[in-house]
Write a protein that binds this ligand. Structure first.
Ligand code: ZN
Length: 320
């Protein structure tokens, strides 16, 4: 690694991960009903207002906990592969691993147990084929959210990290270190591990052997977003990414954060998103996710937009 391009700008870790699915109720039943996450925002895809954008996370939708979805019934089925986040990792408290194994099995979710870097993983796929896994770790604050038979002491704390499936893993690894400011900590079981300084969303594994490209569609991740601490740092990030040879978009207002996007050499779409203002911007903290929230530029089309969206509810699963 050349030292003259080593990053002085460092991300704390993952801000959010965004994926394509087909049905809002099915997705809510899995991410709220099974995994116990909170729906913290019900809005629309600002680039396609006929599609929901659903955000799930901890009680506040803190950066590092947010998994988001674009549910679209007619979406073609994607294929998980190179150029994508392959597996999203959720972190639970150290004593909660067996709770989660038992819960997933009882709810009919097929699990596979695997090990890497000396850690035990419970791997599963969601109803659309998105791959997820649960890992237990000491670091990361306990969740304050309790839902569907999951006490806060067992609840998912946020992302443990992600497994990136790269078509050019050496270049993806170099980007993580030299541009994003992560540190390589080792290799095991066919993965290189990188770590950021945050307490959650901080451990990124990248396949060592190049992977054949996947294809986008339901059941695949669209992009992974990394944290910038505020708007000032976001400007620095944009220059830093551009000066490192990537082509970031202009800064886009995503209502709950500002965003830039760029594609890396391994095919994965990266976003850098600001921690502020967050999800309490337009709803009270106690009522996050309860109403369809629209940015003001779409408010005048609310009636037409609501007609295009399938109604769904956050509900506890039967027989938990
Ligand atoms: Zn995003």
């Amino acid at each position: 690694m050349s030292t003259n391009t080593t990053s002085t700008t460092k991300t704390a870790g993952i801000h959010h991960i965004t994926a394509f699915v087909r049905n809002p109720q099915q997705t809510t039943d899995f991410y709220a009903g099974v995994l116990g996450l909170r729906l913290v925002k019900k809005t629309i895809n600002f680039d396609a207002p006929e599609v929901y954008h659903l955000y799930f996370g901890d009680d506040a939708g803190s950066p590092g906990t947010i998994i988001t979805f674009f549910p679209w019934a007619e979406s073609r089925k994607g294929r998980v592969g190179g150029g994508q986040v392959g597996i999203t990792s959720y972190v639970v408290p150290v004593d909660a691993y067996s709770f989660w194994r038992e819960r997933l099995v009882r709810l009919g979710v097929e699990v596979q147990e695997t090990e890497r870097f000396g850690e035990q993983y419970l791997q599963f796929t969601d109803p659309d084929g998105l791959r997820g896994e649960i890992v237990a770790r000491e670091e990361g604050a306990l969740s304050k959210w309790s839902f569907g038979g999951i006490e806060a002491e067992n609840a998912i704390k946020g992302f443990g990290g992600a497994v990136l499936f790269s078509t050019e893993p050496a270049l993806t690894g170099k980007l993580l270190q030299e541009v994003m400011g992560l540190e390589k900590v080792g290799e095991d079981a066919g993965y290189a591990r990188f770590k950021s300084f945050g307490e959650i969303g901080n451990i990124i594994d990248v396949n060592v052997e190049a992977m054949a490209p996947g294809s986008g569609g339901s059941g695949t991740v669209h992009h992974i977003a990394w944290r910038a601490k505020d708007d000032a740092e976001h400007e620095v990030w944009r220059n830093h990414v551009a000066n490192s040879g990537y082509q970031p978009t202009p800064i886009v207002d995503r209502q709950y954060f500002n965003a830039i996007y760029f594609r890396e050499e391994g095919g994965i779409l990266f976003e850098i998103a600001t921690d502020p203002p967050g999800f309490a911007k337009d709803e009270e903290a106690a009522h996050l996710g309860e109403k369809l929230m629209l940015p003001e530029w779409y408010e005048k089309h609310r009636t037409e937009i609501e007609k295009m969206l399938l109604p769904f509810t956050v509900r506890e699963l039967e027989g938990i």
